[in-house]
Design a protein around this ligand. Structure first.
Ligand SMILES: Cc1cc2nc3c(=O)[nH]c(=O)nc-3n(C[C@H](O)[C@H](O)[C@H](O)COP(=O)(O)O)c2cc1C
Length: 204
């Protein structure tokens, strides 16, 4: 017998399984790097600035479950790069309303400008995604509204942006999992310590 409030929504197989929930989290993160429409593709990253917290949307470009890494692209001249230079701690929050999963990830960011990783990601990125890096100084006041993407069109102009291109890698220290089910939420905490994931259910 099911009530109207709680129809027979099935329980997913990860519902009461800490390892399976973590596995599903990595699956969702991995899929988001390939599916432009996946809600996990555009998480919110928070940093510390001198005037308080700052949060913004970034595109998730790659993930590596073995290295516990999230990979983003950003502009060397952006506020977040200055903030991360002072304090590399970040929080990255993902929410998928359809799958009803929130991930709150925290870790440390490293910035890669001219190493092999930065070279490779610049080479492999689509030109359209690189046009903004040769645009005018981000966040500077401008006399008329501008569109940084529209400014670089030739491959020479796009190449000028290479010196502003940064690969931002987050090494994950902690993942907080929250799954919203109509018959009961599940919340779990995964902490990387001693070369393994410690995992606990916590009260929602
Ligand atoms: C859907 C969406 C995707 C975005 N993707 C990126 C991105 O991948 N990298 C980036 O630096 N900014 C991205 N932005 C812009 C940032 O949200 C932010 O405005 C910009 O990076 C400046 O942030 P900052 O001044 O805090 O550094 C995106 C914004 C939106 C709305």
């Amino acid at each position: 017998m099911h009530t109207i409030d709680h129809p027979a929504e099935p329980f997913p197989n990860f519902y009461n399984d800490l390892n399976a929930s973590l596995h599903y989290a990595w699956l969702m993160l991995g899929r988001a790097t390939k599916d432009r429409k996946a809600p996990f593709r555009t998480p919110v990253m928070a940093t510390q600035s001198d005037s308080g917290p700052q949060a913004r949307v970034l595109v998730l470009r790659a993930v590596d479950p073995e290295l516990r890494q999230l990979v983003f692209h950003t502009d060397l001249r952006s506020g977040k790069v200055t903030e991360l230079g002072h304090d590399p701690r970040v929080a990255v929050t993902f929410y998928d309303a359809h799958r009803k999963v929130q991930l709150r990830i925290s870790g440390h960011a490293s910035l890669h400008t001219d190493d092999a990783l930065a070279q490779q990601r610049w080479r492999d990125a689509s030109p359209a995604g690189l046009r903004c890096f040769s645009g005018a100084l981000p966040a500077a006041v401008c006399a008329t509204p501008t569109d940084n993407d529209a400014q670089a069109s030739s491959s020479e102009e796009i190449a000028e942006g290479r010196s502003n291109f940064v690969v931002l890698v987050v090494e994950i220290a902690q993942i907080e999992w929250l799954y919203l089910h109509s018959r009961g939420q599940r919340r779990a905490l995964y902490r990387w310590a001693d070369a393994q994931w410690g995992m606990d259910w916590i009260n929602p």
